[in-house]
Structures are given as C-alpha cells and as structure tokens.
Ligand binder design. Structure first.
Ligand code: AMP
Length: 209
C-alpha cells in the first residue's frame, strides 16, 4: 500500500517547478558599475540553464538587452513585451523567441505581470522603479500572490530599502520586505529561491488591473 502523498502522481507534481517564467525589471541603461552588466548576463544564462523562461520589456538596450542576449545565447526562452511606439523607435530586441507588441505602457505592464509566475528587480532607473512599485502595490491589494524579489547587486537597492523602512516606521506600510517583496543578495541566491518555491502563486486578477 502506498503511503499517503507518496504515489507517483504526487511525486510528479512535487517535481514540477512552480516558477516557470520570471519577469525581470531592469535598466534600459547599463549603469556605471560593471557588476550590474555582469549580473544581468549571469541572470540570463542561469535562467536558461534552469529552464525558466524570461519575460521582460522587450528592449535591446541597457541591462535589458544584456539579459535577453545572455538568455538566448544559453538556449533560453525569452518573451519581450513592447508598446508599438517603442518598437517603432527601433529599440525592440529583434532576436527574442516571442515579441508581443501591445498598444501602450499600461497594457505592457499588465501582460508582463500576467505572463510571469514571479518577478525580479535588477538595478535600473525610474522605469524599473515604476514597474516594481506597481507590482508590489498589486500584491498589497491582493491582485496576485506572485513573489517579487529585489536583487540587491552590490547594495544598489539599499537606499530604496531605507525608504521602505521609513514608510513602515511612519505607519504607511507593512514591513514591505519580506511581506510584499523579498531580498536576494545575488543572482545565485535568486535562482536558488526561485527553485525552492513549492506552490503555484495565484494568478493576476485581470478583471481589476
Ligand atoms: P529604466 O529603469 O528607466 O531604464 O526603465 C527600464 C524599464 O522600463 C524596463 O524594465 C522596461 O520594461 C521599461 N523600458 C524603459 N525603456 C525601455 C525601452 N527603450 N525599451 C523597452 N523597455 C523599456
């Protein structure tokens, strides 16, 4: 007699990775410190090796381009989601596995959120912050339960974490890390955390975003 929960079906379920597609928010610039570029390349390669698809903003510039190029070079699946206006400005990455052209920025962010099982934030500027704040706000509102990781390459996000602490101390937010977002000190730590996720997160409430 098979012990409860140990049948072949259950074992198969347990081996199924919960995070199959990761949405990455990151800079459309390369930044000053070379470690950011290296982190983007490392993440692209490790995602491909781990069999986790990449969902991103579809650009060929900055860390976004480095990330996508590295994932593609390592045989990974890459979905870019870009508004027609940006594609036409020839900033779209032409070599991705799938390029989804959408009407506007809002539709792009909704589709990026819908198509991924989890989110990671690499160094970036205000576009990256905008995407991060929005996905965290949607999490706070219960519009999804997909995990969000802030990848703190070389301490880049320490000022943001200080603002998070300030919001919490002043009574305007819960402890954002770890309640709404989690912290990964390196790309390797992020991959390990992604692979440790056991349960499939609840999907995006597309009726509300
Ligand atoms: P930023 O951090 O200001 O460089 O903005 C980068 C983020 O905004 C990325 O995660 C993208 O989703 C989006 N984004 C900004 N600029 C572009 C671009 N030229 N092509 C594609 N996506 C972009």
């Amino acid at each position: 007699m098979t012990a409860l929960g140990a049948g072949p079906g259950t074992l198969g379920m347990r081996n199924m990775p919960s995070i199959r597609r990761l949405c990455v928010y990151c800079g459309s610039s390369l930044g000053v410190a070379p470690q950011h570029r290296a982190a983007a390349a490392e993440l692209g390669e490790r995602l491909a090796t781990a069999g986790i698809g990449l969902v991103f903003g579809g650009g060929r510039v900055g860390l976004m381009g480095v990330l996508a190029d590295a994932a593609l070079a390592a045989g990974g699946h890459v979905t870019g989601i870009i508004p027609a206006g940006l594609r036409d400005a020839e900033l779209a990455h032409r070599g991705v596995s799938e390029l989804v052209v959408v009407a506007n920025m809002h539709e792009r962010k909704r589709q990026m959120a819908e198509r991924a099982d989890a989110f990671a934030v690499l160094p970036g500027g205000i576009g990256t912050l905008d995407e991060t704040f929005e996905i965290m706000t949607w999490h706070q509102l219960g519009l999804h339960s997909k995990p969000v990781w802030i990848v703190d390459i070389g301490g880049y996000w320490q000022p943001l974490l200080k603002i998070f602490d300030h919001l919490t101390a002043e009574g305007f937010a819960v402890a954002l890390v770890p309640q709404i977002a989690r912290l990964a000190p390196s790309v390797a730590a992020l991959i390990e955390a992604l692979q440790a996720v056991q349960s499939a997160p609840a999907g995006l409430r597309t009726d509300l975003v």
